[in-house]
Design a protein around this ligand. Sequence first.
Ligand code: GDP
Length: 444
Amino acid sequence: MAFEGLADRLQGTIAKIRGKGKVTESDVKEMMREVRLALLEADVNFKVVKDFIKKVSERAVGQEVMKSLTPGQQVIKVVKEELTELMGGEQSQIVVSTRPPTVIMMVGLQGAGKTTTTGKLANLLRKKYNRNPLLVAADIYRPAAIKQLETLGKQLNMPVFSLGDEVSPVEIAEQAIEQAKKEHHDYVLIDTAGRLHIDEHLMDELKQVKEVANPDEIFLVVDAMTGQDAVNVAQSFQDQLGLTGVILTKLDGDTRGGAALSIRAVTGTPIKFAGMGEKLDALEPFHPERMASRILGMGDVLTLIEKAQASVDQEKAKELEEKMRTMSFTFDDFLEQLGQVRKMGPLDELISMLPGANKIKGLKNIQVDEKQISHVEAIIRSMTKEEKRHPEIINASRKKRIAKGSGTSVQEVNRLLKQFEDMKKMMKQMTNMTKGKRKGFKFP
Ligand code: GDP
């Protein structure tokens, strides 16, 4: 998972200072030494580290900390604020052109995830902002890039403008924008040509596309796993083409975090989105403050809530509450619940957003075993309707049949039945508690 090493080290460091009633200059020095090492190990640009440490040290030995009643916590607050600032402070919004369509040029080197991200961004624009984008296949050099975008378009049920790979990207961009105007698309996303390395040809061509497309945004797609290379690539594109934002991909992978923490400070270009997986819904707006919070182990409850809101069907949630209240919760409901949670994303990613998640013993090392969840689903699917509603009828021979049907074992079936029973008991207690409260509640 991204930032794991950095998060571990920083959290270890701040844990030492958190409860201190008095913080001396030498405490701060000691802490900063550890923070510096942690950042360097995470592959953060050395100059960025130096500036960061300087800023935090100055503030940490200043009035706002030393005079406060909880200096330990104040130091942590300073670290969090400066980390947030490092990544760009406020979350930067996507520009909307006053004269539609808004044109976005997607640029980047081959393999960074440019084409996939173009699809993801279109998906996000439609889903979250209710927009109607046109995808444009102008990556005529990477074999199969056009086909890939067309496939993404099909999956998203979105139109893709393409003229094959014989026409120049400049021509493609020009015609695509004309078509977008005619067909009233409010966004045009141009998947431009990537190369293996930055070279003059690439930049010249991108400049020409920029000239005719007059884009409102130029997003550079870079692979977070490449660390400082990503920062260098961003710097070159910024110098030669000018960028309005960076999209960092593969933040779901085992990245040390160096790119995320350095790009903005080195290039002055904000990170606007982060790719968190290969699926089309795995793109998140980049919130510096939330990211800082995640790194420091304070969780990211806001993103978690947004994910839940986006994927949980409100009607269904109400129905479920009613079922819990009336104790008519069945294995079918259980299965549906499981589906809803899985829609929110990989479980280990969700767990990482819980405050203190990597401090809770056991939770950190939990390998959320998606396979085990699939087993649970298979077991429930192997039950008859009657069994799902009345699990108490599941005797030994039924258990054997279910285990066989689901490719699991009787022990696994037993375990699930027990968990379901426990869950129902817990629901009963909870509903009794709320009933009790209701009864006892008097209007003042
Ligand atoms: P392009 O050459 O820049 O257009 O790259 P592609 O869009 O073809 O992506 C290259 C590979 O990276 C593909 O296998 C993608 O599925 C993968 N990829 C893209 N974004 C992400 C991401 O955020 N997370 C992960 N894990 N993989 C990604």
